[in-house]
Design a protein around this ligand. Structure first.
Ligand code: G
Ligand code: G
Ligand code: MN
Length: 434
């Protein structure tokens, strides 16, 4: 007789009755229509794997049910309506092909992921079969399962209500739950680290880490960006003040949204933060994306010019990806150009990318602007940039973004080194913003 193992979610929202009881009884649970409505069902005969998947899923805001029993599986699909299913292809009691047939019979419409230690061709055949049966096949997970791969997959399937997320973001800004990491910037000419870029981070209580790519856009469209920027600036300038007081004169780059530049009070607000922390605005670089920078509204010119007058430096971020004209680049009061990492990352194997990177470096020099290459991932790229006369480099090869407290030891540890010696793993900092 087969043993039944079922792991139920820690948080069962709909009522106190255990899910196991419900699945064995015939009553149909009312599915929780929460704002983060993500349910994962895993069927696998290796419980160690089930637990890893469950833990990862829960850290991303999923409820997860795991089992090795086909009947429980079928019942759970029918009654609990999982939004994602991860199934092992090879189990003692049933195989994944049979499970796909069951799911098709149930007209299951969530995402289906197949996992197996069998070779890739078997996985791909199972995927095709599922597609032909009308299932929404979401991908393959080769065993041993890589947690980063799994996480990426689950994030892509995750449903998040924009309204709920913006409420939570407003909350996070108000309660200082956002925090910053800093990525070191390497001065190629002087052979040492002379600055950092501040990058905002948000660890959502249910959803885990959310990338700025997602929540900055949300902040921009919901009017939260100016308070977010204010918090970020306050934290970054305060950190700059601490480094400077410690005799480490790092430049601190801060990302500014195009929306921020529309606000006429921005220069005065930024200046106030600098006064409050005894930081010379000359040590603060404001990075504006090319698309944002090139709108050329009169108001924007007003703000940018006043920022320059107050001593702040302006950098044009992700250069080469937007729609700027050279005339605009020359006219706007920029001090620095950041070459987009899509060119830098491929400049060794792709001659087109290399030519673009070199031309931007040249252009910057001729216009009296500093050039910064972002996305430097290996020594060969760094060497090529140094040879082309690029002023500064930034990227995973030099260092990932790290916690503020780790910057001083990192920078001091590399003072004597002409080139980077190690790479520091990215990590989570819990120092709040603001
Ligand atoms: O590591 P990374 O995922 O942090 O950053 C992704 C993008 O988010 C980058 O393009 C960066 O410019 C943007 N970003 C990071 N931090 C901030 C911030 O504090 N404000 C704004 N406006 N954008 C940011
Ligand atoms: O657009 P902006 O330049 O602000 O983007 C900074 C982003 O680039 C952050 O998400 C940061 O984590 C990421 N980043 C920094 N260095 C590297 C790198 O070497 N490779 C890749 N792929 N991303 C990088
Ligand atoms: Mn940037």
């Amino acid at each position: 007789m087969q043993t039944e193992r079922l792991i139920v979610p820690k948080r069962v929202h709909w009522n106190q009755t255990s899910l196991a009881q419900r699945l064995i009884g015939e009553d149909i649970p009312t599915v929780n229509d929460g704002v983060f409505d993500n349910r994962l069902l895993v069927i696998d005969d290796e419980m160690a794997i089930c637990r890893i998947v469950q833990r990862t899923a829960e850290s991303l805001g999923f409820e997860a049910v795991v089992t090795d029993n086909p009947e429980v599986f079928t019942r759970t699909v029918r009654l609990w309506h999982p939004t994602v299913i991860i199934m092992d292809l090879k189990m003692p009691t049933i195989d994944g092909i049979q499970l796909l047939r069951i799911l098709a019979g149930e007209r299951y419409d969530g995402h289906v992921v197949v996992s197996s230690g069998s070779d890739q061709r078997v996985l791909e055949a199972a995927m095709r079969l599922g597609q032909e049966r009308g299932l929404r096949m979401g991908g393959l997970l080769a065993k041993p399962i890589r947690v980063d791969k799994l996480r990426e997959m689950l994030v892509s399937f995750r449903h998040v209500s924009k309204d709920a997320l913006s409420t939570d973001l407003a909350d996070a800004i108000a309660t200082n739950a956002l925090f910053l990491e800093y990525q070191p910037k390497f001065d190629c000419g002087r052979g040492k680290y002379t600055g950092v870029e501040a990058l905002v981070r948000w660890r959502h209580p249910q959803l885990g880490m959310i990338r700025p790519d997602e929540f900055i856009v949300l902040a921009e469209t919901t009017g939260l960006i100016s308070s977010l920027t204010d918090r970020v600036v306050a934290a970054a300038v305060r950190q700059a003040g601490l480094w400077h007081a410690d005799n480490m004169l790092l430049e601190v780059a801060i990302n500014i949204s195009a929306r921020d530049i529309e606000d006429l009070s921005l220069p005065d607000r930024l200046q106030q933060h600098c006064f409050d922390n005894g930081v010379d605005p000359d040590a603060i670089i404001l990075e504006l994306t090319e698309t944002g920078a090139m709108r050329e509204a009169v108001q924007m010119m007003d703000v940018l010019t006043r920022l320059r007058l107050k001593g702040f430096r302006l950098s044009i971020d992700d250069f080469g990806t937007g729609y700027s004209s050279l005339v605009q680049l020359e006219r706007m009061p920029f001090s620095e150009v950041k070459i987009d990492r899509s060119f830098v990352a491929h400049m060794i194997e792709n001659s087109g990318c290399r030519v673009i990177a070199e031309i931007v470096i040249d252009l910057a020099r001729k216009l009296g602007l500093k050039s910064v290459a972002e996305g430097v991932e290996n020594q060969a790229t760094l060497d090529a940039l140094v040879k082309s006369g690029c002023d500064m480099a930034q990227g995973y090869f030099l260092s990932r973004p790290i916690a503020g407290e780790k910057i001083a030891p990192f920078v001091r540890g590399h003072l004597a080194a002409p080139a980077p010696l190690d790479r520091t793993g990215g990590d989570d900092n819990t120092a709040p913003v603001g």
